[in-house]
Design a protein. Structure first.
Length: 292
């Protein structure tokens, strides 16, 4: 059985890209499920899959995050990985789907878990906003704040992999230098800028629409937005990207990993000189960046 991928919200589970991509398990919040039920559900997942990789946004309530670690602690299981992600909600959903794709490949659970940090570098997650006055996830200058009060102003913001902010009509967002597909989730902002301007500029290979994640308005500071994420959709490319990095063995828990940190116990790779970097996996020879 493939390694189980679990999430903390149902809207982080995007439709599968093919009939082989498994779904993700839902880890309920404390106010929606008592602890004994959460322990029972996790025990079933471990029995059926062997390992569980739980991915959750950095913005979830503290009580929900504590529940995840409580379940892991009570079960005394080192086969549960709890990975906190700083990506915007739609970016988290994209990464979750990519790990769901990788979970059925011939990678160990340790490699799949540590691949989350690697793959996040190749997700271009952003949004079109009508205001940046309440945006605190991306650096915003005083000048941009002032412009935000001008009626009709709109801003293109990229949160990952490198923060960017432009006023629509006065610049462009730097996009990926490799082939991607664009996922779009519309909020309460009527605009076609993402599909008519951004998508052609980034030369995306296709565009897919989905529902806006519940937490997106809070993450971006406004409900008047269009969230987007450019990503690698092809499982063969993802497989090549992950398999091209030399695998190491965690000196703490003994599991396989790629990059510079274990996905299960969070121990850093030692010694540092064992880290590797490869090039040429993606189009245009985009380098792998590890250990951000």
């Amino acid at each position: 059985m493939p390694t189980a991928i679990a999430v903390t919200s149902a809207d982080l589970v995007l439709p599968p890209t093919d009939h082989q991509t498994p779904t993700a398990a839902l880890l309920h919040s404390p106010d929606a499920q008592p602890l004994d039920a959460a322990l029972a559900d996790m025990s079933v997942l471990l029995e059926q899959h062997g390992y569980v990789i739980a991915l959750y946004p950095s913005t979830i309530p503290l009580a929900h995050e504590r529940r995840l670690h409580t379940v892991r602690s009570v079960l005394e299981s080192d086969r549960i990985a709890c990975l906190k992600l700083d990506l915007p909600p739609l970016g988290v959903a994209v990464l979750v789907r990519q790990l769901r794709q990788l979970s059925i490949c011939d990678f160990s659970a340790g490699v799949v878990a540590s691949a989350a940090r690697l793959l996040s570098h190749y997700i271009y997650a952003g949004a079109l906003l009508n205001s940046v006055t309440r945006l605190d996830r991306v650096p915003v200058s005083l000048k941009s704040h002032a412009k935000s009060w001008v009626p009709g102003s709109q801003f293109g913001v990229l949160a990952n992999p490198n923060p960017q902010l432009i006023k629509i009509g006065s610049g462009e967002l730097a996009g990926p230098e490799f082939r991607t597909q664009l996922l779009v989730a519309k909020g309460q902002l009527a605009s076609e800028w993402v599909s008519s301007t951004l998508a052609p500029a980034w030369q995306v290979q296709g565009l897919e629409e989905t529902a806006l994640p519940v937490d997106s308005p809070r993450w971006w500071g406004t409900s008047r937005l269009v969230e987007f994420g450019a990503y690698l959709p092809d499982i063969s490319v993802l497989y090549q990207l992950v398999s091209s990095v030399r695998r190491e063995v965690c000196t703490w828990c003994g599991r396989e990993l790629i990059g510079d940190r274990c996905g299960f116990c969070s121990a850093p790779l030692a010694p540092p000189e064992n880290q590797t970097h490869t090039t040429g996996v993606l189009n245009h020879g985009a380098p792998m960046r590890q250990g951000s």
